[in-house]
Design a protein around this ligand. Structure first.
Ligand code: SAJ
Length: 433
């Protein structure tokens, strides 16, 4: 076992990004210390177990802990490379401003053990300028060390910003194979960070400056949010005009330069619905489009609640099944999920008439006392006359038409194009899919 052997790398924050990253670095042969504020998380990992769901992560963590390459602690120790992967939530001011206090507190911990030759890398999604702020904080804490951008001589330490861009459900694969932007405070810092990532990343690593790398991460998620907003706006237009939005999108996407994304009940997760606001906060007067996209996607959630409630009221004796709570298909993550919001709103309005089908987890707290219950998919198909599709889980997609025939369906994800009269009428011939 690694025991108290000095680690090569210390990963601060063992969440959805930090833990898989720590495990992959360990698999590459580095001795890794994972740091977390939660004793429960630390104990779980040191037993070779995991506290989050992610494809293949359990086996990988088990293996590297057993081989003595990964160990977790609540106490920081000296290392050569520090990777910070802590949350950057909104501040509690109600204005969608970013709260970088976890990053600064991680940097404070790192500063305490920093020595000449070390590299500090921030991976948390952060507003532009955070890496510089982190450096400035460490400058104040460690006047004995020379920091990049603050000395004419060769700095003692290197500092870089290197965002992850992995998709939940494919994290291990994408951590290894995706290209990465590596933004140094100086070019020398970028080269140091590059050498580190080359140890475990197979994708192309492109070096840049820290501020550009910070912005790149925000831009990627804002790009997706804006494009989903376009699809969601179209779906509301289609509702108004009595068109089948899925049919229209399928047809439009036959154009060689058109690729419209899929409408849904809104945008969930802790990245795409959050990161665009970090750009807005940095340039409030220059971001009408990004801000509007956010509002359109949030507005879609309310549109779905209203439409679904009308459907439930129009079928007063029917049992209703809400299919799915997760923020997207085939995962157990319910955080910031529009499906969860819609189902809980209906449960509060209609109580025991609402049944929830979610194979990936139990009903969250907000359903307590509403009278809504969780049932399995077969019971829903046998007993419920109204089906509201909120998540495109594979288990729902494969339900054949014969088992849905005669039901009233509101399919917010477009998973059943063959459902008669589902959303609205479709004019003309349908494309074979
Ligand atoms: N969604 C739609 N329509 C679509 C695509 C997605 O409504 O056509 C919805 C999903 O249902 C979900 C939300 O958007 O509610 C977000 O899902 P997602 O699969 O687009 O993305 P995330 O949040 O799981 O992961 C994103 C990814 N970013 C981009 O694709 C630009 C991932 O690569 C990032 O690493 C991750 O955010 C992150 O950590 O920032």
């Amino acid at each position: 076992m690694m025991g108290d052997v000095k680690p090569d790398v210390c990963v601060v924050g063992l969440g959805y990004i930090g833990l898989p990253t720590a495990a992959i670095i360990a698999r590459a042969g580095c001795k890794v210390l994972g740091l977390d504020v939660s004793q429960h998380v630390v104990d779980t990992i040191n037993r070779g177990e995991i506290h989050i769901e992610e494809v293949d992560l359990d086996g990988l963590v088990h293996g590297v802990v057993q081989r003595g390459l990964l160990r977790a602690s609540t106490q920081i120790e000296p290392a050569d490379v520090f990777v910070i992967a802590v949350p950057t939530p909104f501040a509690k001011d109600g204005h969608h401003t970013p709260d970088i206090s976890y990053v600064l507190s991680a940097a404070t911990q790192v500063a305490a053990v920093l020595k000449a030759g070390d590299t500090v890398i921030l991976e948390s999604t952060s507003p532009v300028g955070t890496t510089d702020q982190m450096r400035d904080l460490m400058v104040g804490l460690r006047p004995d060390l020379k920091f990049p951008g603050k000395t004419k001589e060769t700095p003692d330490v290197s500092i870089a910003y290197c965002p992850e861009r992995v998709l939940p459900g494919r994290i291990l694969e994408e951590l290894t194979n995706n290209d990465r932007s590596i933004g140094g405070i100086t070019p020398r810092c970028a080269r140091k960070a590059l050498a580190f990532y080359k140890r475990f990343v197979r994708g192309t690593c492109v070096t840049t400056d820290a501020r550009s790398a910070e912005m790149t991460k925000l831009v990627e998620n804002a790009y997706r949010d804006v494009n989903i907003a376009f699809a969601n706006e179209l779906s509301m237009v289609a509702d108004k005009m009595g068109l089948d939005v899925w049919e229209v999108i399928r047809l439009a996407n036959r154009h060689p330069r058109v690729n419209i994304l899929q409408p849904g009940p809104g945008v969930g997760g802790h990245c795409i619905a959050v990161d665009p606001w970090f750009i807005v906060a940095g340039a409030p007067d220059e971001t009408p489009l990004i801000r509007t996209a956010r509002n359109v996607n949030d507005g879609k959630m309310h549109h779905v609640v209203k439409k679904a409630a009308e459907l439930v009221e129009a079928n007063p004796h029917a049992k209703v099944a809400c299919l799915g709570l997760a923020f997207k298909a085939n995962i157990d993550d319910f955080r910031e999920s529009p499906a969860r919001y819609v189902a809980a709103s209906l449960a509060r309005q209609f109580g025991s008439r609402i049944h929830v089908v979610e194979p990936y987890g139990a009903l969250p707290r907000e359903f307590d006392g509403t009278g809504a219950v969780q049932i399995d998919v077969d019971t829903a198909l046998e007993e419920c006359d109204v089906l509201i599709v909120l998540v495109d889980h594979d288990v729902f997609k494969v339900i054949p038409l014969a088992e849905r025939q005669g039901k009233v369906v509101y399919d917010t994800r477009g998973i059943w194009p063959d459902q008669p009269g589902a959303e609205s009428v479709s004019t003309g011939l349908r494309l074979a899919s």
